[in-house]
Design a protein around this ligand. Structure first.
Ligand SMILES: NC(=O)c1ccc[n+]([C@@H]2O[C@H](COP(=O)([O-])OP(=O)(O)OC[C@H]3O[C@@H](n4cnc5c(N)ncnc54)[C@H](OP(=O)(O)O)[C@@H]3O)[C@@H](O)[C@H]2O)c1
Length: 254
């Protein structure tokens, strides 16, 4: 029998890329999903097509998600791990200054995309009587910060869904974990600030944020635990970060 696949969504940068690489180094076969195919191609070239398969998938497209899962499991292969990592934050201001298009993108990606991936993968795990779903949440789900509104709401959904999935999957042999990081230096802030790299760099001035590898370590640790152990929730943050993201300390960040 072939080794099960680990599906990592949002594997083209930041935390997802680090998780994919940690899993590859740990000997897993990884299915790397994202929209940017050029980034995924680089990953395949680095690790070889035996160990990694790329899927240029937009998680907001439920039909494409279903098709990717069907393609990956066509030969009867199992998906042993799903890391629901793809996500983003857009916009900075209070809700009344928000852009409804940004809200839809966040809800469609962080909530509906995660649901689509989970819905597509769960039946196979249930049938196999094993598997692990790791959802990447956020400290933002628990602690309000200026401009967090809709993004933080989407991550609160992820935290609650993770706990509810455990109930849905009770007795199935499938484990469910939420990993909730504080500030991590990735492309996240650049995306949030509409591509403004300088503003994103300034956010981390004078502090040492978490690295994507720190979060990947937590995911891999939770996955390595024995099959009878369910790690429910891991919250990790930089020693330099107080509770709640202090975006308000920057006047030019509004
Ligand atoms: N950085 C932080 O401070 C922080 C803190 C807590 C939680 N998080 C969470 O960590 C996760 C990863 O973020 P990151 O920090 O690694 O940011 P990042 O470097 O911007 O990575 C985001 C990843 O999500 C993918 N993605 C975005 N929209 C997608 C879509 N519609 N379909 C498929 N893939 C999509 C991106 O790939 P493509 O653009 O190629 O599709 C990219 O690979 C997110 O869920 C985020 O909310 C981040």
């Amino acid at each position: 029998m072939t080794a099960p696949w680990a599906v990592v969504t949002g594997a083209s940068s930041g935390i997802g890329l680090a998780i994919a690489e940690h899993l590859l180094k740990d000997g897993h076969r990884v299915a790397a999903w994202a929209r940017r195919g050029d980034r995924l191609t680089e990953l395949v070239e680095r690790y070889g097509a035996e160990q990694i398969r790329m899927f240029q998938v937009d998680v907001r497209d439920a039909a494409a998600v279903q098709a990717a899962v069907a393609e990956l499991t066509r030969d009867g292969a199992e998906i042993g791990l799903l890391v629901n990592n793809a996500g983003l934050s857009l916009g900075l201001g209070p809700l009344d200054e928000g852009d409804t298009g940004d809200w839809h993108t966040m809800v469609q990606t962080n909530i509906e995309g995660l649901l689509a991936c989970t819905h597509a993968v769960m039946p196979g795990m249930r049938a196999a009587g094993r598997g692990h779903i790791v959802n990447i949440g956020s400290l933002a789900a628990e602690f309000p910060f200026l401009g967090g509104n809709v993004y933080a709401g989407t991550k609160a959904f992820v935290h609650h869904l993770t706990a509810n999935l455990r109930v849905d999957l009770h007795g199935s042999g499938v484990r469910v974990t939420c990993v909730a990081p504080g500030m991590v230096r990735s492309e996240f802030a650049v995306v949030r600030f509409g591509g403004d790299q300088e503003l994103a760099d300034a956010l981390y001035e004078g502090i040492q944020p978490l690295t994507p590898a720190d979060v990947a370590d937590a995911v891999v640790w939770a996955h390595r635990c024995p099959p009878n152990v369910n790690v429910n929730h891991i919250e990790l943050m930089s020693l330099d970060q107080p509770y709640g993201l202090s975006l308000s300390r920057r006047k030019d960040a509004r």
